[in-house]
Design a protein around this ligand. Structure first.
Ligand code: AMP
Length: 252
């Protein structure tokens, strides 16, 4: 079995996001970058399927990223976690989800995986679109917001986190999964595995050669930081709190 895992390079989750001076995008100059946390969960999910013996031990896990050459570092992280090889679809950073989905569709056509795992959303643009669009483009079944994943014969058993609780679905393969937070806790790559990852194959495919129209459909009009919150105050008693909530905040 072949599993493709999409890994996006995003601002590190611990970095405080700032908007650039022109208010057109998030400032990325001199900012620490990392693999999107939901994609780390995706790599871990693929590794666990292989290690648990649910799929053939010879199964191949391929990490794919769409972006500038620096996204190769993110692929190397996936390789250090245990993925077998990587594909960098070289393009400008910040392509919108529909274009990323179309580029991933072309990679799927070349590689023929039975399963593609993506994160439920990238923490930089919070779009939550790419996996769903890829499933639509391919006409494949999808299990989005997956919090449990297992092979069930020639199908995939997926538990989805939905508003009211959990939904269990059975998907025909090939299928698309998007990961939710509770699916697993991703491993840290060990130093020996980081060294080994340097020798694993990483191919580059120029996006311009994949026959996809790369021109944007969306225009970002402006990006703004949320309004600064007022400092809190300390009250001395429950009565004072109730008084302030009633008379100042008019909460009741
Ligand atoms: P989004 O729809 O932008 O919130 O992204 C959802 C998921 O799609 C991410 O968690 C990644 O798995 C995948 N994805 C989005 N953009 C890229 C990219 N440039 N390269 C690789 N994977 C991506």
């Amino acid at each position: 079995m072949k599993i493709l895992v999409a890994v996006k390079r995003v601002t590190d989750a611990n970095v405080k996001i700032r908007v650039n001076a022109a208010k057109t995008a998030v400032e990325l100059t001199n900012v620490k970058m990392a693999m999107n946390p939901f994609d780390e969960i995706g790599v871990e999910a693929a590794l666990r399927l292989k290690e648990s013996g649910q799929i053939d031990a010879a199964s191949e896990i391929i990490a794919v990223s769409v972006g500038a050459a620096t996204s190769g570092e993110t692929i190397r992280t996936a390789l250090a976690m245990g993925a077998d090889r990587g594909i960098l679809v070289e393009a400008t950073d910040g392509l919108e989800p529909l274009i990323v989905a179309k580029l991933l569709q072309q990679v799927v056509k070349r590689e023929n995986p039975e399963l593609v795992i993506l994160g439920k959303q990238a923490i930089d643009d919070d779009c939550n679109q790419t996996g769903q669009m890829l499933a639509g483009l391919l006409g494949w079944a999808q299990g989005s917001f997956a919090s449990k994943l297992a092979i069930d014969g020639n199908r995939l058993a997926v538990t989805r986190e939905v508003d009211g609780g959990l939904e269990n679905v059975s998907l025909a393969m090939p299928a698309i999964i998007t990961t939710d937070l509770r699916l697993n806790e991703p491993r840290y790559p060990s130093l020996p595995n980081i060294m080994k990852a340097k020798k694993k194959p990483l191919d580059t495919l120029p996006a311009a050669e994949l026959g996809v129209d790369l021109s944007p459909r969306l225009v970002v009009i402006s990006v703004e930081e949320p309004p600064a919150r007022k400092a809190g105050i300390r009250v001395n008693s429950a009565a004072e709190l109730a008084d302030k909530l009633h008379n100042e905040a008019k909460a009741f």
